[in-house]
Design a protein around this ligand. Structure first.
Ligand code: ABC
Ligand code: CA
Length: 495
């Protein structure tokens, strides 16, 4: 699928090994399920491509229409100082599927099951690096063969050096990982490497009906490589450009290296704005404005508040209203929402890798309040995307977010027919209010908050004011639409 086809999608990111347990329809492939499936053990919990199918109702029930799964290629399958490759990122041969996750038919079955539901499949791909337990002697052909690497000619790697993050050449050519598990840097300028990878990715997407690619470690490969790789893949590419440098991340779009990147810049703004009670909302506003100004298509960014490399949101921020406000920002701001499995279960164990990668099944896939919030946010987003005639015909996806008002604790932004009014005041009720002087609606008109389905009236000059004093509510988020639009959207019934 193309970038345009992805624009309206909403993505659920899962770890194949950890999302759904083996079952009668999806037996364990290789190892039996460990008695305890503890993330600290860094070993397999037994999830497979087939077991994902068992739980698609749970994902679709939350309103998602795309999933992003772990890398599908073969990994080193040996014990390492960081235990086993349950995460799938230790790819030694892109051209072979990972038997831990299933057979070629199983992956086809997953893809077909998704398509039957109108959902898309995004696969994580790792090409920058190949793991080795033998850091300093890794690039000799004997070691490469022992590691089962696809690349067996030393010329297919960059020579050993550890990355200096102050130097982009080093970021591109030196090695990720560490001396325990070195990630040997593949020579992505070598003609054999380039042609092998390009023909592989085209085959992979067409053979398995893959609709999109999440490009691992995108900033560690020179950009022009990706232009050809993504063209060969023939589907939407979204890259991982880990860091807060907005201009650098935006260059992936401006230089046409790939369609888009994950929303790391906005993530840091959300953390600064909503990560603590009375946090720094002006930083969020600042980052948001720079993101909007820097990316030619901010509507293609992948917006997240947690992932497998970062702390769980609820690990660093216990307050439930802050999480709710952050999620509304994640869903309404320009971009595709990307929700990491477990976010809907308020998983809070996990200050980082490996603790943030727990199996989901001990949650019993419960219908939590957060599950319901996400469902509602997906419902709102889907409704405004499919209703083209709202707010004087302004299409949601084609309207860019504009910041309408802000204080050091609050922000209001409009995207198409929606006005999000958010705060970092947190759960306690406080005798304070936030006034948005010009909401975009005329005075005396009625608006509906789609989150609570309550009606508000617009004051003089088009002002909307919300109060954080109501006992038991505190710093709630709001998503306003005009009464007429609310009636068309049907989210709050007849209004
Ligand atoms: C293994 C063990 C862990 C152990 C670790 C040391 O080694 O499993 O238990 O703690 C995979 C696995 C990991 C595994 C690694 C290494 O391989 O998932 O479990 O860790 O063996 C991607 C994936 C990631 C994956 C890989 C490798 C790459 O999402 O899951 O890891 O295929 C860098 C890369 C980025 C990479 C990330 C993990 O490391 O750029 O591609 N993610 C700075 C740098 C970033 C850097 C980041 C973390 O540090 O700029 O480039 O990411 O090291 C902000 C700044 C940022 C700064 C952050 C920390 O602070 O703006 O620039 O980021 O303020
Ligand atoms: Ca590289």
């Amino acid at each position: 699928a193309t970038a345009d086809q992805w624009k309206g999608k909403s993505i659920y990111q899962l770890f194949t090994d950890r999302f759904a347990p083996p079952s009668a329809t999806a037996p364990a492939r290789t190892s039996p399920l460990p008695e305890t499936c503890d993330p600290i053990q860094q070993t397999w919990c037994g999830g497979t491509w087939l077991s994902i199918i068992d739980k698609l109702d749970y994902i679709q029930g939350m309103g998602f229409d795309a999933i992003w799964i772990s890398p599908v290629s073969q990994n080193i399958d040996v014990y390492t100082p960081y235990n086993y490759a349950y995460h799938g990122y230790w790819v030694n041969d892109p051209l072979t599927l990972n038997p831990r996750f299933g057979s070629p038919d199983d992956l086809k079955a997953l893809s077909a099951a998704l398509h039957a539901r109108g959902m898309y499949l995004m696969v994580d791909v790792v090409v920058n690096n190949v793991p080795s337990l033998n850091a300093y002697d890794a690039v000799n052909s004997t070691a490469l063969k022992l590691d089962g690497s696809r690349w067996t000619d030393p010329a297919e790697f960059h020579p050993q050096c550890w990355i200096d993050y102050t130097n982009q050449t080093s970021i591109e050519n030196c090695w990720l990982g560490d001396s325990k598990v070195a990630l040997m840097d593949v020579n992505t300028e070598n003609p054999t490497v380039v042609s092998t990878l390009n023909s592989w990715i085209g085959n992979l997407t067409s053979t398995y009906g893959i609709d999109g690619l999440r490009i691992d470690a995108a900033k560690h490969v020179p950009g022009p490589f990706w232009t050809n790789f993504c063209a060969a893949g023939g589907v939407f590419c979204i890259g991982e450009v880990y860091g807060s440098d907005i201009g650098f991340a935006a260059s992936f779009q401006t230089q046409k290296w790939m369609d888009s990147v994950l929303g790391y810049p906005l993530y840091y703004g959300i953390v600064n704005g909503f990560g603590t009670v009375s946090g720094n909302m002006s930083n969020f506003v600042d980052v948001a404005q720079q993101v909007l100004a820097s990316f030619p298509q901010p509507g293609l960014l992948g917006n997240f508040i947690e992932n497998h490399d970062l702390p769980r949101w609820r690990n660093t921020t216990a307050d439930s209203q802050l999480a709710y406000n952050a999620m509304v920002a994640q869903f309404i701001f320009d971009g595709l929402p990307v929700v990491y499995y477990g976010q809907e279960q308020d998983f809070s164990h996990g200050a980082g890798d490996p603790y943030n990668r727990a199996a989901l099944w001990p949650s019993n896939y419960a219908n939590t309040t957060t599950y319901q919030h996400i469902r509602k946010l997906n419902e709102i987003r889907h409704a405004v995307i499919t209703n083209g005639t709202l707010f004087n015909g302004k299409n949601f996806l084609d309207s860019q977010t504009t910041i309408v008002a802000s204080t050091k604790n609050d922000v209001a932004f409009r995207k198409g027919p929606l006005l999000a009014v958010l705060t970092n005041r947190g759960s306690p009720s406080v005798p304070q209010a936030f006034g948005v002087p010009t909401s975009g609606w005329s005075s005396q008109s009625a608006v509906i908050d789609l989150l609570s389905c309550k009606q508000y009236s617009v004051g003089s000059g088009g002002a909307i004011s919300v109060s954080y004093a109501a006992a038991g509510f505190g710093g709630m988020p709001y998503v306003f639409v005009s009464q007429a639009d609310a009636a068309a959207l049907k989210i709050c019934g007849d209004v």
